[in-house]
Design a protein around this ligand. Structure first.
Ligand code: MG
Ligand code: ZN
Length: 445
C-alpha cells in the first residue's frame, strides 16, 4: 500500500478531535487496588525484550496512538532496573543483561552473570527459585513459553546450570560440572521434567528428543513420570485436570504470529510504509493465549492445594528485535497482550490472584522521526503504516546490519494487580519482584 500524504493530513486533523485518551481521577481506583496479604494464585507474564519502546510500538501500530493494550490497564505500575553482575567480580555491575541473568534475578532474588540459569556468579551455587518455593508450599505450578521450553526464561524457574546453552542431554559441553555423569542434575530439559512442574508448554521438542546416557530421552522420562505429552494444538483437548502436561509444539522456537519486511539501512524500505501480514502461525501451533487458557484451566483446582504459580512468556519479542523484524516483533507483543488479557479476566474473576506483567531486559527498537536523505538513523529502519493510517518509522541501531541487534540496559515497566501489587510502584529492582512474589506466597494466618 502506497503512503498517501493527503490521506494522512486528513486523519491528523480529524485525529485532533478524538485522539486524546480520557484522563479521569484514578485516586480511588488505585486505593481500591492496593491490597496486601497472601495471594491464592500468582500469574507472572514476562515479555522477553519488551521495553517501553516495544510496548509503545505495538500499541501505536495495532490499536493507535490513543489506544490502550490490555497490559496498559493494570492499576499499579512502576519501573525496575535489570543490570547483571560480572562473573569474575560479582560486585561489579554489567549494565546490559541477558534473559538468563535477568531471569535468575526475578526467579531467585539474586543478581548473577549473563548466561547463568539460577546459579550464582563465580561460585556456581544453586539458587532456590520462586517456582520451587511455591511447589514446597503445595502450590501447583506452570511454565509456558513461545520459545523452546529449555530457553533461559522458562529454564530459570525449574533448572540450575552454569550456562544457558546446556539445554538438552547432548548440549552439555559448556556445563561439565552439571552433567549427570559428574553427579550434577543434568541438562535443562532433564531438570524441568524431574521438577514435576504440572504444566509445561512451548517449543523445543528437539531438546527433549536427545538421548540421555541410558539411551532414553527426556520425553520418554516425562511419559514415564505421568505426563500427558502432546505435540500440537489439537492435543490440548487431551489435557486433563489432575494430570501433568508436557506440550511441545515445535522442534525449536514456536512460529511467530506475524511477518513482514525486515528493517534495512536507508534508503531501502523508505517511501512505502508496510502493513504486516497477520496470519503467519501454522494452525497446528497454539497461540500463547490458547496455551494460557489451557494452563489456567488445568491449574485452577480448588482443594488441590493453596493455589498455583504460573509463568507465561512472550519470548519472541526479543528474538524478532534481534533480527530487526518489526512485524514479527509487533505480532509477538500483541499475541503476548492477548494472553495477558486472558490472565486479567481470570484475575478479575478470581480475587486473590496476584498478576504481574513485566519484561526481563530492554531491547533495540526505537520510534524515530521520518528518514530523509540528510537526516536518518545510521542503523536499519522500517516504515510502518499504523492503524491510525499514519506512517511510523522504527530504527534498529545497536549492531551492524544483519548482525544480531543487542539488548539494551534501560529500566523496564512492571505492572500488577491483586495482593502485593502495590509493591511494584516506584523504581524498584528486578530482584524485588522475587521478594514481592515471596510475600504473596506467605502462609495464611
Ligand atoms: Mg526468554
Ligand atoms: Zn535476546
Amino acid at each position: 500500500m502506497r503512503y498517501s500524504r493527503a490521506l494522512t493530513a486528513v486523519s491528523v486533523v480529524l485525529g485532533a478531535v478524538f485522539i486524546r485518551a480520557q484522563n479521569t481521577d484514578r485516586v480511588s481506583a488505585v486505593r481500591d487496588a492496593a491490597i496486601g496479604g497472601t495471594a491464592r494464585n500468582i500469574l507472572l507474564f514476562i515479555g522477553d525484550g519488551m521495553g517501553d519502546a516495544e510496548i509503545t510500538l505495538a500499541r501505536y501500530y495495532a490499536v493507535g496512538a490513543a489506544g490502550r493494550l490490555a497490559l496498559d490497564t493494570l492499576p499499579m505500575t512502576g519501573a525496575y532496573t535489570t543490570y547483571a553482575v560480572e562473573e569474575h567480580d560479582p560486585s561489579l555491575p554489567n549494565y546490559v543483561p541477558d534473559s538468563a541473568s535477568t531471569g535468575t534475578a526475578w526467579a531467585t532474588g539474586h543478581k548473577t552473570s549473563n548466561g547463568r540459569i539460577s546459579t550464582s556468579a563465580r561460585d556456581d551455587r544453586d539458587l532456590p527459585t520462586i517456582l520451587e518455593i511455591a511447589q514446597q508450599r503445595g502450590y501447583l505450578t506452570g511454565d509456558v513459553t513461545t520459545a523452546e521450553l529449555t530457553d533461559a526464561t522458562p529454564a530459570v524457574l525449574a533448572a540450575h546450570v552454569a550456562r544457558r546453552a546446556c539445554q538438552g542431554p547432548a548440549d552439555m559441553a559448556a556445563c561439565p560440572q552439571d552433567r549427570k555423569s559428574a553427579g550434577g542434575p543434568g541438562s535443562i530439559a532433564e531438570q524441568e521434567i524431574a521438577h514435576n512442574v504440572d504444566v509445561l508448554m512451548g517449543g523445543g521438542a528437539a531438546r527433549f528428543e536427545q538421548a540421555m546416557k541410558d539411551g532414553r530421552t527426556p520425553i520418554q522420562n516425562a511419559a514415564k513420570n505421568g505426563y500427558e505429552v502432546i505435540r500440537d494444538a489439537a492435543g490440548l483437548e487431551r489435557a486433563k485436570r489432575g494430570r501433568k502436561l508436557l506440550g511441545l509444539f515445535a522442534k525449536g522456537n514456536m512460529t511467530t504470529e506475524w511477518s513482514g519486511e525486515e528493517a534495512r539501512p536507508y534508503p531501502s524500505n523508505v517511501g512505502s510504509p508496510q502493513r504486516c501480514t497477520e496470519d503467519h502461525r501454522p494452525a497446528g501451533e497454539p497461540a500463547l493465549a490458547q496455551m494460557t487458557t489451557t494452563a489456567l484451566a488445568l491449574l485452577d483446582r480448588p482443594g488441590a492445594g493453596p493455589g498455583f504459580f504460573l509463568q507465561v512468556e512472550g519470548a519472541s519479542i526479543d528474538k524478532q528485535d534481534h533480527v530487526a523484524d518489526p512485524c514479527g516483533q509487533i505480532g509477538e507483543t500483541i499475541a503476548f497482550d492477548r494472553a495477558i488479557k486472558i490472565g486479567i479476566d481470570y484475575a478479575k474473576a478470581h480475587p486473590g490472584t496476584l498478576l504481574v506483567v513485566t519484561a526481563d531486559h530492554a531491547h533495540t527498537s526505537q520510534i524515530v522521526g521520518r528518514a530523509t536523505e540528510t537526516d536518518h538513523p545510521t542503523g536499519s529502519i522500517s516504515e510502518l503504516l499504523t492503524i491510525d493510517r499514519a506512517p511510523l518509522t522504527v530504527s534498529y541501531g545497536t549492531n551492524l546490519y544483519h548482525r544480531s541487534q543487542d539488548h539494551t540496559g534501560t529500566q523496564l515497566r512492571i505492572a500488577a494487580m491483586g495482593p502485593q501489587a502495590a509493591g511494584v510502584v516506584g523504581v524498584i529492582d528486578q530482584t524485588d519482584l522475587f521478594q514481592l512474589m515471596l510475600r504473596a506466597l506467605e502462609p495464611r494466618r
